[in-house]
Design a protein around this ligand. Structure first.
Ligand code: GCO
Length: 454
């Protein structure tokens, strides 16, 4: 790369990575950890490719010191991880498991010692199985159990941890877990889906209030939402209306309650009897003031009218002639469209890109290096678009790559590699990929030359 970065980010812009407990920790039955719904789900035949589980994952539960050193070597400023609720409260409520709290306490101290800001997510889909046995997110009580969990963790860590995320992608937890059944707990019930979604949002509000009530310092609290610009497959009225409905369920059904204290009227009407029971004070709790909104962006969503699709008569298509990763279309302008839309429509105080990354087939070359140039191009092209949004006044204050390590990609098992660091799951050996070294330089220079040859 040239000496002087052509694209330079604002002073104080924060650079880091994101990960989640179930996807990297392993140690699923160690030191008093209770079972999660993903431990149960993985053991159901056919749910996860090759019957793979997060029992060992990237063994971060035992290798976390080595992983923190990798973060330090890369010069990461922020590490977004998730706390496993079943490690803290094995039954989800009541009895606290001290070794579980100790693990995150030691991790936080190690991060701070390296000058890395910890950014814990309280919930990244690993609900304690004991709570699922009581109805899970379909049970309104779970929102209160979540607040209890937030309070316990906040009391232990908030003297050193100032930045918090309550939930990761409540849309995915609700829809993949309760409508499509592709994720734990693997249910397929439209009524339960939106009731779970509402209780996830309610638990977010309760948790923010609980964290603030026990905080030992002023906290910065947000939520991480999977958002995507929704494009109609054609200019036809039917496709445009279908895209609007899909945008409503994917984006506005979560953004509006959290940031505007109301559900979008068109979607309330569309869902009709499937909409959940909303108690008088619910929206006030859900719309508790936040310090930032986390945006998880991977790709755009292209929608066609589909009369056979239940509830929303809209289906996603994969346009031809575009570049794809192993999972999604590679569409960098989408992150610009999304950031400017969130800013224009909701005016949050601050926005963080809490996840952005790509899964491409990575391999170790004969010389032991992992030349993942497609991932460098993906990150470069998306950062150009993030910078474009910032230049237009969007208050984006940080960018986190998904992910530090190759990890358990839910129903895909270990087939999808997103890491800046290659993990040999047979030996647990870590190899920093070329993208990791590239990102380290972007952090050092707080920018890069987009014309650089890759
Ligand atoms: C998500 C989750 C991550 C995924 C990542 C790649 O955004 O779906 O936060 O757990 O692993 O996004 O799909």
């Amino acid at each position: 790369m040239s000496k002087e970065p052509v694209i330079r980010f604002p002073e104080g812009f924060r650079w880091g990575v994101a990960a989640s407990a179930y996807q990297i920790e392993g140690g699923y039955d160690e030191d008093g950890r209770g079972l999660s719904i993903w431990d149960t789900f993985c053991r159901q035949p056919g749910k996860v490719e090759r019957g793979e589980t997060g029992d060992v994952a990237a063994d971060h539960y035992h290798r976390w010191r080595e992983d923190v050193q990798i973060m330090a070597d890369l010069g990461l400023q922020v590490y977004r991880f998730s706390i496993a609720w079943p490690r803290i409260l094995p039954e989800g409520t009541g009895r606290v498991n001290p070794p579980g709290l100790d693990f995150y306490d030691h991790l936080v101290d190690a991060l701070l010692e390296k000058g890395i800001t910890p950014l814990p997510t309280l919930y990244h889909w690993d609900l304690p199985q004991a709570l699922q046995d009581k109805g899970g997110w379909g049970n309104r009580d779970t929102a209160h159990y979540f607040a209890e969990y937030a309070r316990i963790v906040g009391e232990r860590l908030s003297d050193r941890v100032q930045n918090w995320i309550t939930h990761n992608e409540p849309f995915v937890a609700a829809v993949a877990g309760h409508f499509t059944g592709e994720h734990a707990p693997g249910l397929q019930d439209p009524f339960l889906t939106f009731r779970a979604g509402h209780h996830l949002l309610l638990s977010h509000g309760y948790a923010v209030e609980a964290l603030r009530a026990t905080a030992k310092q002023t906290l910065q609290i947000g939520i991480a939402l999977n958002l995507s610009p929704v494009h109609p497959a054609s200019e036809s009225e039917a496709d445009q209306q279908a895209a609007r409905r899909y945008d409503g369920v994917l984006n506005r059904l979560f953004l509006d309650p959290i940031l505007c204290a109301k559900y979008p009227e068109d979607i309330v009407e569309l869902l009709g009897p499937v909409m959940p029971q909303v108690e008088p004070d619910d929206m006030r709790h859900i719309a508790v003031p936040l310090d930032f909104v986390g945006v998880n962006y991977y790709s755009r969503t292209v929608i066609r009218y589909d009369p056979d699709f239940p509830l929303i008569q809209a289906s996603e298509i994969k346009p031809e002639g575009r570049e794809y990763s192993q999972m999604w279309e590679i569409y960098p302008p989408g992150i610009y469209e999304l950031l400017t839309r969130v800013w224009k429509d909701y005016r949050p105080a601050s926005i963080f890109v809490t996840e952005n990354g790509v899964c491409v087939p990575d391999g170790v070359d004969f010389d032991g290096r992992v030349r993942d140039y497609r991932r460098i191009r993906y990150l470069r092209d998306h950062l150009v678009q993030v910078h474009r949004a910032i230049a237009e006044g969007v208050p984006v204050h940080g960018y986190l790559v998904w992910s530090l390590l190759d990890n358990f990609e839910w129903a895909f098992g270990y087939r999808m590699r997103f890491g800046l660091t290659y993990v040999d799951f047979e030996t647990q050996k870590r190899i920093i990929k070329e993208s990791g070294y590239w990102f380290a330089r972007v952090i050092r220079e707080n920018g890069f030359n987009p014309d650089m040859a890759i």
